[in-house]
Design a protein. Structure first.
Length: 330
């Protein structure tokens, strides 16, 4: 089996949610991969499946959701085939996750010191009492005063401090991969920059990879080595961050970049026309086709595969590859 990423390789991942409105086909064959120590940004509009992808990788999809197909290879293990016990060891061990709302991820009735200790104790199979020196060290590392924070309840901390605690908890077990789901969106702009700097500094120091889920192209530009662009449950473009900004190939990525404000930008910001499709009844073929200025007949019926169009640059669009001769707009 050939892997595209040495640390994580996700292929053909499909997830659906069974609701009263019908079956929401949230992920339809997601592809994603990364090497050790790398930072991959997963970017796209709200509802495109970014967070569902990260939850599926952690195998945290709950009813009414279901992982229906796909393969997730992480650090040599096939996660979708692991027994629950093995998966529990992976979570909070080799792989951990921080969330958008740090305060709701912390238990409001337990002191922070206990919660960090619990995470370390679970991963190292030691008693919570023995974890305090490490918990203190971890709080120092994330720039907090351990003597104050260890004895605090989550409501006594600001949003930024809570996110620092979550980062500390996420990294306390020295994971190979930290998944950060919109870690700065609930914070003030100045605090956002501090949290990104902290993630950057700690990832360098500890050598862990970061999978960053975000809707913010500015955050991607600043933090990520590579980017996967998602649209309506499909992976549509994957490239190094530099190349993606230099030469976006998928029409959706092009649209996303035209909608990003920048200092000194003189051209008009353009919103992508139309709206994100309802995933209970998504458009057939390329899910972007109702909004795409280059749509062709083939796009309406057949889903374009993610193909490599230049070294390290992958696109799922019929404007590229051997089907490009059917283009109607050239
Ligand atoms: Fe547009 Fe067709 Fe490419 Fe989809 S496959 S992005 S509809 S050109």
């Amino acid at each position: 089996m050939e892997l595209r990423g040495k640390l994580l390789d996700v292929s053909g991942l499909k997830v659906s949610f069974y609701t009263y409105r019908g079956v929401i086909k949230a992920l339809d064959g997601v592809e994603m991969w990364m090497d050790s120590g790398e930072r991959l940004g997963v970017v796209g509009e709200t509802g495109c499946g970014k967070s569902v992808t990260s939850l599926a990788v952690m195998r945290l999809i709950e009813q009414p959701g279901e992982i229906q197909a796909g393969r997730v290879i992480f650090n040599g293990k096939s996660l979708l085939e692991l027994p629950e016990e093995g998966m529990n060891r992976v979570r909070g061990g080799e792989m951990s996750m921080i969330f958008q709302e740090p305060r709701s991820a912390l238990n409001p009735v337990m002191k922070v010191g206990f919660q960090i200790g619990e995470a370390i104790a679970k991963a190292k199979k030691i008693s919570i009492k023995k974890t305090y020196p490490e918990a203190k060290e971890m709080l120092r590392l994330v720039g907090l005063d351990p003597d104050r924070v260890l004895n605090s309840y989550p409501h006594e901390l600001s949003g930024g401090m809570s996110q620092r605690v979550m980062i500390g908890m996420g990294l306390a077990t020295h994971p190979k991969l930290l998944i950060a789901d919109e870690p700065t969106s609930a914070l003030d702009v100045t605090i956002q920059a501090q949290i990104l700097e902290l993630l950057d500094e700690l990832a360098r120091k500890m050598g862990n990879a970061v999978l960053l889920i975000t809707h913010d192209m500015g955050v991607v530009a600043e933090f990520c080595d590579k980017v996967m662009v998602m649209y309506a449950g499909h992976s549509v473009e994957y490239a190094s961050t530099v190349r993606l900004f230099e030469k976006p190939m998928h029409p959706y990525t092009g649209g996303l970049l035209l909608a990003v404000p920048r200092v000194g930008r003189t051209d008009e910001l353009k919103a992508i026309k139309g709206t994100v499709p309802d995933l209970v009844d998504p458009p057939p073929g390329c899910r972007f086709h109702p909004r795409c200025p280059h749509v062709m007949e083939l796009c309406r019926t057949s889903k374009p595969p993610l193909i490599q169009v230049e070294p390290g640059h992958y696109v799922a669009c019929y404007l590229y590859g051997d089907k490009k001769e059917v283009r109607e707009d050239v």
